[in-house]
Design a protein around this ligand. Structure first.
Ligand code: PGA
Length: 258
């Protein structure tokens, strides 16, 4: 059984005081929850405060990005070992906003994935198609390329520290969620790709989470799909009550077909 993982991507929001207040509110409601892996990703400047608050709880903290080199003359960057030093256990890599606004390529995401896993972080590697790619029938090719390049030379053993986030770009921040069927189709496809890139065991063990306008009112249907193992939540993770409701989604029994 794959343990559900719900991650909140706070993006470029919240002062240290605001981030601390949000982390405290989440800790009060979710801090003892061990049924779901709960991860929050504040801005770098709030990491120290948020990791301090979450240290005595089951809430884990992620960086929103890291560089592929550990240290040196890379002005403005933060490395994977420094995220570990700040108390992080996870890092989000290859988010579509990084790709779109900061020119990150699949190869760069691959280098970062190696750096993150080698430092002991769990890499949440994001991928997903644009609406144009979906409508022109290129979606499966795009996903295949993104996944195989991002995971180039990652070993089966390293996948223990890997989570894949499927985030259709047209659903991010738009209020347009993929239907649970649309998402489930791509999740099943990605699991098949993982089986081909690694093996059946890795494909069965690796969590594939969905991102793109996840809200309290759609998380239940998404999580009811056998291949959807959690969510990467943007906008709704900035409001404590919404994120808490997402983590505490109603849990019907899943029917797993063999
Ligand atoms: P959203 O963002 O939930 O606001 O659509 C998701 C993401 O970008 O990870």
């Amino acid at each position: 059984m794959r343990k559900p993982l719900i991650a909140g991507n706070w993006k470029l929001n919240n002062t240290i005081a605001e981030a601390s207040q949000l982390a405290e509110a989440l800790k009060t409601e979710l801090g003892n929850n061990t049924n779901t892996d709960i991860v929050i990703a504040p801005v770098f400047t709030a990491l120290a405060s948020v990791t301090h608050i979450c240290a005595s709880s089951s809430i884990q903290v992620a960086g929103q990005n890291c560089h592929c080199v550990d240290s040196g003359a890379f002005t403005g960057e933060v490395s994977a070992p420094l995220l570990v030093d700040a108390g992080c256990s996870h890092v989000i890599l290859g988010h579509s906003e990084r790709r779109q606004f900061f020119g990150e390529t699949d190869n760069f995401v691959n280098a970062k994935t190696h750096a993150a896993i080698n430092s002991g972080l769990t890499a949440i590697v994001c991928l997903g198609e644009t609406l144009e790619q979906r409508e022109s029938g290129e979606m499966f090719d795009v996903i295949t390329n993104q996944l195989s390049l991002a995971l180039n030379e990652i070993t089966p053993a390293q996948t223990e520290n890997l989570v894949i986030a499927y985030e259709p770009i047209w659903a991010i921040g738009t209020g347009k969620t993929a239907t649970s069927e649309e998402a489930a189709e791509v999740h099943a496809f990605i699991r098949g790709l993982l089986s081909g890139l690694f093996n059946h065991e890795v494909a069965e063990a690796t969590r594939i989470i969905y991102g793109g306008s996840v809200k309290p009112n759609n998380i239940g249907a998404l999580m009811a799909e056998a291949d959807i193992d959690g969510a990467l939540v943007g906008g709704a993770s900035l409001t404590a009550s919404d994120f808490i409701a997402i983590v505490n989604y109603p849990k019907p029994l899943k029917v797993v077909q063999k």
